[in-house]
Each structure stands twice: as structure tokens, then as C-alpha cells.
Ligand binder design. Structure first.
Ligand code: HDL
Ligand code: ZN
Length: 414
């Protein structure tokens, strides 16, 4: 096998992956119509909770000094800690530098005040379309929380939606904070009781149906702690089994589980204070086995769970694995997970989602992931070429479209 043929094949794969539009299936971004909820620009980039955690590592004692700063002052401080006094080699730091490059801003310009000027001429609307274009993203799935007052008021007022933004119904408050959320639902006119008695289950299903329709939800989702188990007597599991999954079957809503997050292990870091724990893949298998008519999406946060999750997906065709989530969204682990997934699941997987919180991040997160996915995929095609199985450009385009959101769209289609 001459390296030249590999080189040509490799070049085609990188080109196709680079230019295939992405459906980013899980983000915390907002349609520009959400106004103040939209995060974008250099100060939001620098005060991303990943960078808050990394910059505070260079301090001793209380973090209160940091929380007392306003956003501009926080960004100035983080810039100094992570970009001026040290080289920005972490993945989250590198992301800021990549974003500047993709925006045509010379990263050698290390003067933050001068950098801020490059962002002054944009509005949330114009900037959104600009970022979608340079990131090559065709569709962005938001994380939508009816329980959040500032978001709910926009949905209830009505909004002209951006064509590229779709919604997903986030259920953490419903499933993991039932006592508090039951009171909220009751206040909205749903006849629910804390002990789940009476018409509670039907009323939770009515709530789910109302909001699925209101936001045109693509799927519903929850993040779960590492100790989540199934079967197990819990309010969360009762609501999942008696309300969420029947709702999913009736309204064609896949159920996405993001498992392994330990919330607030260091409250002094606020949103940056969450950590990871190894979870139980067998519980995922048992849920998929018990509910063969539901579609399940799953991503797990612990590196140790990744192989078992791939094997679980081999056993259950109603389980679709996605993303290199959070602490796994680093080049070394994206490569490891993508290689493992292609080898075990072929193309029936969605290798990546961005989890972006700031609009600009779409540019860097996909610029960082695409070459890694392309490199692993071209290696797999080269292995086939060694046995004279030549993939055409059209076949590569078909396969890559599937990996970058097309297969996900098929899996959740109602
Ligand atoms: O629960 C989630 O959806 C996580 O992605 C958290 O939002 C986390 O804070 C995050 O932003 N990870 O990238
Ligand atoms: Zn997320």
C-alpha cells in the first residue's frame, strides 16, 4: 500500500470533514431572539467556567476576591493569569486563541483592551450568523429550561425563531428537584402533588406535552449523578418510567441521559464546581432492555465508562451514543473515544457535540474536533484500502454527514 494513496485518501477525508455542515446536538447556546440570554464576545469567552476553574488554580485561599469583580474585571484577571503570565496551552485556553484566529484577529495582539474593539461592531444577530458560517454549523440544539424564569418568559411572550436553532427540553429540575419543581408546576396550574399521588403523573405528562409543543422539542434530556441506578426506587425513576418514557413514545421524543456528573463538589467555584464520577452502564442497559419502544441517547462523563457504553450500544439498537462530554472534550480523549466508537459501533454514533455556552465557542470547538475525527476516519478507510476496498468521495460525504448529525437526525426522527 503506497503511502501516496493513503495521502490522497487522507486529504479527501480531511477536506470532506472540514466542509461538511454540522448539527451540534447539545449546546447551552440561545437563539439570538433570547436577547440578554445570548453569550458572545471576548469577555464571555474569558469568563467561561472552564477558565474560571483553571485561573483560580494559581491562587491561594478564598475565591471571594474573584466573585467580587465584575465581568470585565474577571476577564482582565483571567487573561493575565492564563494568557500573559503563562502560555495558554490548556484546551479551553487554546480555544480562545483559535477563536481569535478564526475571527481574523491576530492572536499576537495580546492587549485585551485592543482585542475588545474587534467585538464592538457586532450585534448578537449578526455575530450569530457570522459564527455559524465560520464554524460550519447548520443546526444548533439548545438546552431549554421552562423552569428558568428568564427563559420561560421569552417562550411565553413568543419569539421569531432563528432557523438554525432547535430546542431540547431539559428535565433536571423535574426529575432531580421534584419537591421544589412540583410547587412550580402547581403554581402553573398542573394538579401535581409532592407524593406523586392523585393526577400527578397525568399532569406531569400534560406539562411535558405542553412544553414539547411550545418549543418544538427535538428530544428531552437530563444529567444524572454517577450513583443513578435502574431499577431503583426513586422519585426520578418513577417520573422517568411513568411520565417521561410514555411521553417519549406518544410524542416521538428520544430520552437523552448525560450520566456521571457530581454537582457542586467545590461550591466555592460556583458553576465551575462540578466534577466527575464513574457511573453504572448496566443501569443504562437495563433501561434500554425494559423500554425497547423508547429511543435513548447517552453520553457519560467518566473516561472509565466509555468502553462499556459502546458495548451497551452494540447490545441495544435503541441506544445512541454521543459526544465527548465536558472533561472528555480534549484532543487526546476525543481521539481515544472516536477510535473506540468507530471500531465498536461503526458509523451508528455521533462522535461529538460542543456543549458551547458562548456563541464564539462554536468556531473553536468544531475547528478542534473536526481534524481529529477526520484523522481517525481516514485511518479506518486506509485499513479498508489495504484490502482494496476503495471508498468514493460520495461515500465519504455520506458517512461524514451521518457522523456530524445526520445519523442523530435519523435516530430521533418521529
Ligand atoms: O449538564 C450539562 O449539560 C453540562 O454540559 C454542564 O452544563 C456543564 O457545566 C458544561 O457546560 N459542560 O461543558
Ligand atoms: Zn451541557
Amino acid at each position: 500500500m503506497s503511502s501516496e494513496r493513503h495521502a490522497t485518501l487522507r486529504q479527501i477525508v480531511h477536506e470532506v470533514v472540514e466542509h461538511t455542515p454540522v448539527f451540534d446536538i447539545h449546546t447551552h447556546l440561545f437563539d439570538p431572539a433570547f436577547g440578554a440570554l445570548v453569550s458572545w464576545g471576548i469577555d464571555d469567552l474569558l469568563t467561561y467556567h472552564y477558565l474560571i476553574a483553571e485561573s483560580l488554580r494559581w491562587t491561594r485561599g478564598s475565591n471571594d476576591f474573584f466573585w467580587a469583580l465584575n465581568k470585565t474585571q474577571q476577564a482582565d484577571w483571567i487573561w493575565k493569569q492564563l494568557f500573559i503570565e503563562r502560555s495558554p496551552v490548556s484546551e479551553a485556553c487554546r480555544g480562545v486563541v483559535t477563536t481569535l484566529r478564526l475571527l481574523g484577529i491576530d492572536p499576537k495582539e495580546r492587549d485585551l483592551a485592543a482585542l475588545r474593539k474587534h467585538f464592538e461592531s457586532w450585534s448578537a444577530e449578526t455575530y450569530t450568523d457570522h459564527i455559524l458560517k465560520i464554524a460550519g454549523v447548520r443546526k444548533v440544539c439548545m438546552t431549554n429550561l421552562p423552569f428558568d424564569d428568564s427563559e420561560r418568559v421569552v417562550w411565553e411572550r413568543g419569539l421569531k425563531r432563528h432557523p438554525a436553532f432547535v430546542a431540547a427540553l431539559r428535565l433536571d429540575p423535574l426529575l432531580l428537584e421534584w419537591d421544589k419543581t412540583a410547587a412550580q408546576l402547581h403554581g402553573w396550574g398542573y394538579d401535581v402533588r409532592g407524593d406523586l399521588s392523585g393526577k400527578t403523573i397525568d399532569e406531569v405528562r400534560r406539562f411535558l406535552a405542553d412544553w414539547t409543543r411550545k418549543i418544538d422539542s427535538q428530544y428531552c434530556m437530563v444529567s444524572l449523578p454517577p450513583e443513578w441506578a435502574f431499577p431503583e426506587e426513586s422519585v426520578a425513576n418513577r417520573l422517568i418510567q411513568e411520565a417521561v418514557l410514555p411521553h417519549g413514545r406518544e410524542h416521538g421524543q428520544a430520552f437523552a441521559m448525560m450520566i456521571g456528573v457530581r454537582r457542586g463538589v467545590n461550591p466555592a467555584l460556583r458553576m465551575a464546581g462540578d466534577s466527575v464520577g464513574e457511573a453504572d452502564v448496566e443501569s443504562v442497559e437495563r433501561l434500554c432492555a425494559e423500554y425497547p419502544d423508547n429511543q435513548f441517547l447517552c453520553t457519560m462523563l467518566a473516561r472509565e465508562n466509555q468502553h462499556g457504553l459502546c458495548v451497551a450500544a452494540r447490545k441495544f439498537k435503541n441506544l445512541h451514543v454521543f459526544g465527548c462530554w465536558w472533561f472528555l472534550n480534549n484532543p487526546s480523549l476525543i481521539e481515544e473515544l472516536t477510535r473506540m466508537r468507530l471500531e465498536l459501533l461503526g458509523l451508528s454514533v455521533t462522535p461529538q457535540h460542543s456543549d458551547c455556552r458562548i456563541m464564539d465557542q462554536l468556531a473553536y470547538k468544531w475547528a478542534h474536533s473536526r481534524p481529529i475525527i477526520a484523522e481517525v476516519l481516514s485511518e479506518k478507510y486506509s485499513d479498508l484500502a489495504d484490502s482494496n476496498w476503495q471508498v468514493s468521495r460520495a461515500e465519504i460525504q455520506r458517512d461524514v454527514h451521518g457522523l456530524l448529525g445526520g445519523e442523530f437526525e435519523r435516530f430521533i426522527s418521529r
